[in-house]
Design a protein around this ligand. Structure first.
Ligand code: ATP
Length: 790
C-alpha cells in the first residue's frame, strides 16, 4: 500500500456539479450490451478518488496492490439488511385487512419470543458450563494427582505428556469442527454479531450449524486449556438462538412450523438478535443491565424504547433461568447464587479511598497501553494467518500447536518457579505439592490446574501474600502473549477471560508494589486485581459504559462504579491514541462496511454529488421481463430506483427519470419466479405479501429462475411491489446528513435526486463507510477507502 502523504497539501477542486451532471446519461433503457459496459464503468469508478479539501488524504491503492490484511479496503461481498420496511401496495393491503386483534396478538407473540430467547440462551449456557466443569474436574484432578505421584519418581514427563494429550485432543476436535464444518464459528463471534446489529449481513452468522459448532467448540477449547473463555461465544450463541426462534422455521432442517410468519423480515429479526446478544451477555456475566447496554453500545444502531424493554426482559429471564439450573446443579436449588457463567465472587467488603483514584486512572492508562500492544500483536498474527494459514488442515495444526505450547509453558513455569504457600489459606481446588514441603502447595500449579475463569476468581479473592512478585510477573508475560496468539485460532473462544486474567495478575503486582511503598496501609490485592483486570480488558475492547456495568454486576459492588469508569475511560483514551479496539480492527480487516456512531469529522464539505455512484441503473414502472433478467444477471446491485421514462427535448438533451419508487433485487426475483407478468397473470388475488415473505431469508438467485424466450418479451408492472416512498436526498446534501439518515433509519439505498426529483445518483452504506477518520502524528482528516470485489 502506498500512501501519498503529500496529498494532504494538495487542494484539488472537485469538478463542478453542473459539469458532472451534464456528463451523466440515463441508462434506464439501455440495450443489454450497453448495460454491460455501463456496469463495468460504474464498478471501476472505485479507483477514481475525488479530493476537494486539504484535510482529506488520498489512499492510493492500485487494484493489483490490494493485499490481504489491509485495513483500508471495504469488501463488496457484504450486503446490508433491509431494516427500513418496504411499504408497498401488498404490505398496505395486508395491513388494512388486519384488525386490532392482530396487533395485540403480534405484541404478545413478540414478548413470548423474547421470553423463549432468554430461557433457551440460558439453557445452552448451562449445558456449556456444566460440560466444561465436569470435564475440567476430571482433567485437572488427574493432572494434579499425576504430578504429585511422578515427581517423587523423577518421571515428570508422564504428567507432562498427559497434560499435552488432554489439551490437544479436545482442541483437535473443536478446531476440526470449526475449520471444516463452520469457520464463522471461530473466535468469540462478537465482531460478527456487532456487524449484524449494525445492519450488515454476515453470511451464516446466525445459522443453527454455527450454534452447534460454537457450543461444542467452546467446550473443547476451554477444556483443552486454551487461553480463552466461554463468555464471548455465549453472546454469539444468544444471537443465533434469537434469530432462529423468532422465525418459527429452520431453513437448515427445511422445517416450517407455520408460526411467527409476521416476524420474517430483516427488521424484526435484527431486533430479536439484539435481544439475544443481550441475553447472551446476561447469561455469561449474570449482568442483565450490562447485557442491554452491551447491545446498545456495541452494535445496535437502530434502537427504540420498546426494544429496550424487551431486551431487558430477555436478559433478566436469561440470568434467572441460568441461576435456577446452576444452583440446582451445584446442590443448592432455590438458593440462586449463580446468576452468570462468570462468577467473580462478591466484593462487598472492599472500598476505596480518594487518594487511590489517581492510581486507578494511572492503571487505566497502563491497561490502555498494554491493550494497544496486545491488539497490535493480535492484528499482526491475524494478518499472517490470513496470508499464510489458509488451508484447513494448517488451521487445525496451528490450534493443536497452541494447545501443546499452553501446556508446555504452564509446565515450565510451575517447575522453574518454586512459589510455595501453606495449605488452607485459599480455596484452591487441586493443591499440588510438587517440590514444596509437606503442608504446602505450588501456587503456579494451582493457577494452571483450573479453568482460566477460576484463576481470575483466585486472583481477585486470594488473601494477601498468596502469590509472589516473580510468579505473577512471569505469569503476566506468558499469558499476555499466549492469549494474543490464541485469539483468532480456528477454535471457538473469547478474549474476556484471558484478558481479565492477565490484568488481574498485573493488578495484584501493583498491589505488591503499593505494599512496599505504603507498608502501613492495608492494600487489598483483590481490589487492584479488579482494577487491573478492568483496565486490561478496557484497553483491548475499548468498551466503557457496558463494561463498567457488567463488572459492577458481576462483582456485585456498586461503590466501585467511579473507580471502574475512570479506569475504563483512561484505558480507552490511551488505547485509542495508538489503534482501534480489537473488535473494530478485526472488522476492518474483513472489510465489513460498518457505520460508526458518528460521521467522520470535517466532512461537511463533502457533498452527495461526490459520494454518489452514477449513472444509476434504474427501472421503469412497467418494465420488460427480458431487460430485468439481463439486469439481474449483469449487475450485483441489490436495489434499483423505479423512474418515469426520461424525456428528450427539442435540443436532443435527455432528462433523467423522475423517481417513482425503489425495488429490491429479491423482490424482482420473486416476481420472476412466480411469473407475475402483465400478459399471463390473472390470479391477482393470490399475490399477497406472504408470497414474498415465505422465501425469506434465502432467496433464489437469478440463475435458478427459468424464463423462456417468449416470457422475456412480456412486461411487469412494478408499482404494487416497489417501495413507493423511498427516502431520497438532494444532491447538495452533505456527507454527515446522509450518514445520519442511514444510521437513524437503517437505510440500504439512498437515491440522490436533483432539483426536479430526477434520480441522478445512488448512495449505499459502502459509499458512506468508505469515508473514515484518519489520524497521523497529531493530524486528522478524512480518508477514502477502496471497495474491493471480494
Ligand atoms: P448492499 O450490498 O448494501 O446490500 P447493493 O448491493 O445494492 O447494496 P452496494 O454493494 O452497496 O449496493 O453498492 C456498491 C456500489 O454500487 C456503491 O458504490 C453503490 O453506490 C453502487 N450502486 C448500488 N446500486 C446502484 C444502482 N442501482 N445503480 C448504480 N450504482 C449503484
Amino acid at each position: 500500500m502506498e500512501e501519498n502523504e503529500d496529498a494532504n497539501q494538495e487542494n484539488h477542486v472537485a469538478p463542478s456539479r453542473a459539469t458532472r451532471f451534464r456528463n451523466l446519461s440515463s441508462i434506464s433503457h439501455a440495450s443489454n450490451e450497453d448495460l454491460n459496459a455501463i456496469i463495468t464503468i460504474t464498478s471501476n469508478e472505485d479507483s477514481g478518488l475525488i479530493l476537494s479539501s486539504s484535510v482529506r488524504r488520498r489512499v492510493q491503492i492500485s487494484k493489483e496492490k490490494i493485499q490481504t490484511g489491509s485495513l483500508n479496503v471495504l469488501s463488496a461481498k457484504y450486503e446490508s439488511l433491509d431494516y427500513d420496511p418496504c411499504e408497498n401496495y401488498l404490505f398496505l393491503d395486508e395491513e388494512r385487512k388486519k384488525g386490532y386483534k392482530f396487533i395485540v396478538q403480534k405484541n404478545i407473540a413478540r414478548w413470548f419470543v423474547f421470553l423463549l430467547i432468554g430461557m433457551v440462551t440460558a439453557l445452552i449456557a448451562c449445558v456449556i458450563d456444566i460440560s466444561i466443569e465436569e470435564l475440567s474436574t476430571i482433567k485437572y484432578a488427574a493432572l494434579s494427582k499425576s504430578v504429585d505421584k511422578y515427581v517423587t519418581q523423577g518421571k515428570l514427563y508422564v504428567p507432562y505428556m498427559l497434560w499435552i494429550f488432554s489439551n490437544v485432543v479436545p482442541v483437535l476436535i473443536g478446531s476440526i469442527l470449526v475449520a471444516y464444518l463452520e469457520p464463522i464459528a471461530a473466535g468469540s463471534g462478537i465482531p460478527q454479531v456487532k456487524c449484524y446489529l449494525n445492519g450488515v449481513k454476515i453470511p451464516r452468522v446466525v445459522r443453527i450449524r454455527t450454534l452447534f459448532v460454537k457450543s461444542v467448540g467452546v467446550i473443547c477449547s476451554v477444556v483443552g486449556g486454551l487461553a480463552g473463555g466461554k463468555e464471548g461465544p455465549m453472546i454469539h450463541s444468544g444471537a443465533v438462538v434469537a434469530a432462529g426462534l423468532s422465525q418459527g422455521k429452520s431453513t437448515t432442517f427445511n422445517k416450517d412450523f407455520k408460526i411467527f410468519q409476521y416476524f420474517r423480515d430483516d427488521h424484526e429479526k435484527r431486533d430479536f438478535v439484539s435481544g439475544g446478544a443481550a441475553a447472551g451477555v446476561s447469561a455469561a456475566f449474570g449482568a442483565p443491565v450490562g447485557g442491554v447496554l452491551f447491545s446498545l453500545e456495541e452494535g445496535t444502531s437502530f434502537w427504540n424504547q420498546g426494544l429496550t424493554w424487551r431486551t431487558f426482559f430477555a436478559s433478566v429471564i436469561s440470568t434467572f433461568t441460568l441461576n435456577i439450573v446452576l444452583s440446582a446443579y451445584h446442590g443448592v436449588p432455590g438458593n440462586l447464587n449463580y446468576p452468570g457463567l462468570l462468577n467473580l465472587g462478591k466484593f462487598e467488603s472492599f472500598s476505596y479511598r480518594i487518594f487511590e483514584l489517581p492510581i486507578f486512572v494511572l492503571m487505566g492508562a497502563v491497561g490502555g497501553l498494554f491493550g494497544a500492544l496486545w491488539n497490535h500483536i493480535n492484528y499482526k498474527i491475524t494478518v499472517f494467518r490470513m496470508r499464510y494459514v489458509q488451508r484447513k488442515w494448517l488451521k487445525v495444526v496451528e490450534a493443536c500447536i497452541v494447545a501443546a505450547v499452553s501446556a508446555t509453558v504452564g509446565f515450565l513455569m510451575m517447575f522453574t518457579i518454586n512459589d510455595c504457600k501453606p495449605l488452607g489459606l485459599d480455596p484452591t481446588k487441586y493443591p499440588t505439592q510438587l517440590y514444596c514441603d509437606d503442608g504446602k502447595y505450588n501456587v503456579l500449579a494451582s493457577i494452571w490446574f483450573q479453568t482460566p475463569e477460576a484463576s481470575v476468581r483466585s486472583l481477585f479473592h486470594d488473601p494477601p501474600n498468596t502469590h509472589n512478585a516473580l510468579s505473577l510477573a512471569s505469569f503476566v508475560v506468558v499469558y499476555f502473549f499466549l492469549a494474543a496468539w490464541t485469539f483468532g485460532l480456528a477454535s471457538s473462544n473469547g478474549l474476556f477471560i484471558p484478558t481479565l486474567l492477565t490484568g488481574a495478575a498485573w493488578g495484584r503486582l501493583v498491589s505488591i508494589g503499593m505494599f512496599y511503598i505504603f507498608p502501613d496501609s492495608l492494600v487489598h490485592p483483590g481490589k487492584y486485581a479488579l482494577i487491573g483486570a478492568a483496565a486490561q480488558l478496557g484497553g483491548v475492547v475499548r468498551m466503557t459504559i457496558s463494561l463498567t456495568v457488567i463488572i459492577m454486576e458481576t462483582t456485585g459492588n456498586i461503590t466501585f462504579a467511579l473507580p471502574l469508569i475512570l479506569t475504563l475511560i483512561a484505558a480507552k483514551w490511551t488505547g485509542d491514541f495508538f489503534n482501534e479496539g480489537i473488535y473494530d480492527t478485526l472488522i476492518q480487516l474483513s472489510g465489513v462496511p460498518l457505520l460508526p456512531w458518528e460521521p467522520p469529522p470535517l466532512a461537511h464539505n463533502i457533498y452527495a454529488s461526490e459520494v454518489m455512484s452514477h449513472p444509476v441503473v434504474t427501472l421503469q414502472c412497467v418494465e420488460n421481463v427480458g431487460h430485468i433478467v439481463e439486469l439481474l444477471k449483469l449487475s450485483s446491485y441489490n436495489g434499483f430506483p423505479v423512474v418515469d421514462p426520461p424525456l428528450t427535448d427539442q435540443t436532443e438533451i435527455t432528462t433523467y427519470g423522475r423517481i417513482r419508487g425503489l425495488i429490491l433485487k429479491w423482490q424482482l426475483i420473486i416476481i420472476l419466479k412466480n411469473k407475475i407478468f402483465n400478459e399471463t397473470c390473472d390470479d391477482w388475488d393470490n399475490i399477497t405479501a406472504s408470497k414474498f415473505r415465505d422465501e425469506y431469508p434465502r432467496y433464489p438467485t437469478i440463475d435458478e429462475i427459468s424464463i423462456s424466450d417468449e416470457e422475456k418479451t412480456y412486461f411487469v408492472d412494478l408499482r404494487p411491489f416497489m417501495n413507493p416512498s423511498p427516502f431520497t436526498i438532494l444532491h447538495s446534501a452533505s456527507l454527515p446528513r446522509m450518514f445520519t439518515l442511514f444510521r437513524a433509519l437503517g437505510l440500504r439505498h439512498l437515491p440522490i435526486v436533483n432539483d426536479t426529483n430526477e434520480v441522478i445518483g445512488m448512495v449505499t452504506r459502502k459509499d458512506l463507510a468508505r469515508y473514515r477518520v484518519w489520524k497521523h502524528r497529531g493530524r486528522m482528516g478524512v480518508e477514502e477507502l477502496l471497495i474491493s470485489k471480494e
